[in-house]
Design a protein around this ligand. Structure first.
Ligand SMILES: [Zn+2]
Length: 392
């Protein structure tokens, strides 16, 4: 920091005060001063500005041990709203949240084909509808976040997505031109990891790996409470870890990739080979789940094998990152009852005793919302960062 750069000092102080109110509100000015070490005059000035900005509200009077009761301050979670979108391979789920990530509205549509036209049309109509439904607020819709399956560069250009007709499409640019609202696109495993870290199963985990097991497998990596995205933003492609040296050929060019054995596609491919499903033209996860519930032995055996393959990949992840939490998310999470035991026994067999039970293994607690909520959190944090600077 440059000496005498008063604007920056002021920004930092404002940022500290807003952060304090967001995390600890309702809180008094005196308490903020005590907790942050900022003097009372500075806190008062910053609070007045934040009230003027409509980001902070006063809430009657709090408790006091004597004398005048202090006025309590809280973060105005309704100062604006954000749209979070889970762009799936065969559906789109969109939520409208307030600034604390609370879902206010949600809408979803199935995708019957994966053409760019159908996807763009569905996206536009979902976004338009949620904007119309957003309650009146000082800042309106502050951002649109999208978690997409595939490799997304930091500029929001979808470099490669094997299942949607959106390769090389600059979704960010297209949507910003149309709606004039800041838009962020990221890989769905990153948004899912952020969603679970901020609002779900990973709230208290500083080092967590979110494993999105859907049509493919991707991972979102949170290290020391921060999303790790690699040098060019495309880290976490662990679905392509080799788990069979001479295994099946993968579209990525490798052989024996993890996702060919442990993903939703692997489950569906293997289910097709079962005698029970030989007359079923298109098997869905619903079919598989309902047969598992009925105790269909072939289906149970298949889920057990898929669980073991999931475990084998997770062993590599645990050995690499030594995380305190592993969260299995996306569509495989619904098979928790059948895949968790085989996963755990593989971890027991294959991990060194040093890892012991150090890793907390669980499925996503936000269920189908991990990705959409993480996408909305991305744009909320971007919006708030404009009103405060990150304090390093
Ligand atoms: Zn591969």
């Amino acid at each position: 920091m440059k000496t005498g750069d008063l604007t920056l000092v002021k920004q930092i102080n404002k940022s500290i005060v807003l952060n304090e109110i967001e995390k600890k509100g309702p809180i008094s000015r005196a308490q903020i001063s005590k907790d942050t070490g900022l003097n009372k005059t500075t806190v008062s000035t910053m609070v007045s500005e934040l009230i003027e900005d409509k980001l902070v509200n006063e809430l009657g009077q709090g408790q006091s041990s004597g004398g005048r009761k202090p006025v309590m301050l809280y973060f105005n979670t309704h100062a604006g709203y954000a749209i979070g979108i889970d762009l799936g391979v065969n559906y789109i789920l969109a939520v409208l949240t307030d600034l604390s990530g609370e879902i206010v509205e949600e809408e979803s549509v199935p995708l019957s084909d994966q053409s760019a036209e159908e996807i763009m049309q569905a996206l536009r109509s979902l976004i338009r509808s949620l904007i119309e439904k957003s309650p009146d607020s000082p800042y309106g819709v502050v951002g649109i976040g999208i978690g997409a399956p595939g490799i997304v560069d930091p500029e929001g250009l979808i470099l490669f997505t094997p299942y949607l007709d959106l390769n090389q499409v600059n979704l960010k640019q297209i949507l910003e031109d149309e709606f004039n609202i800041p838009t962020l696109i990221d890989n769905e495993a990153n948004t899912g990891a952020l969603g679970e870290h901020l609002y779900g199963a990973g709230k208290n985990a500083m080092n967590l790996i979110y494993v999105s097991v859907g049509i493919g497998i991707g991972t979102g990596i949170i290290i020391n409470g921060q999303l790790y995205k690699g040098a060019t933003g495309i880290s976490g492609e662990m679905g392509h870890l080799t788990i069979e040296v001479n295994g099946r050929k993968c579209s990525c060019g490798n052989r024996g990739c993890w996702e060919l054995y442990a993903s939703e596609s692997a489950l569906l491919t293997e289910a097709k080979k079962l005698e029970y499903f030989k007359d079923t033209s298109s098997i869905t996860l619903d079919h598989i789940e309902s047969e598992a519930k009925k105790g269909n032995k072939d289906v149970l055996r298949l889920l057990h094998t898929i669980g073991e393959y999931n475990g084998v990949g997770l062993v590599n992840i645990i050995n690499t990152f030594n995380p305190d939490m592993l969260i299995i998310g996306n569509r495989m999470a619904r098979f928790e009852n059948w895949i968790m035991n085989p996963i755990k026994s593989v971890l027991d067999d294959r991990l060194s005793p040093f890892h012991g039970n150090a890793v907390n293994l669980t499925v996503s607690s936000l269920g189908k919302y991990s990705n959409a909520l993480g996408a909305s959190a991305f744009v909320i944090s971007k919006f708030l960062d404009i009103n405060r600077v990150k304090v390093i």
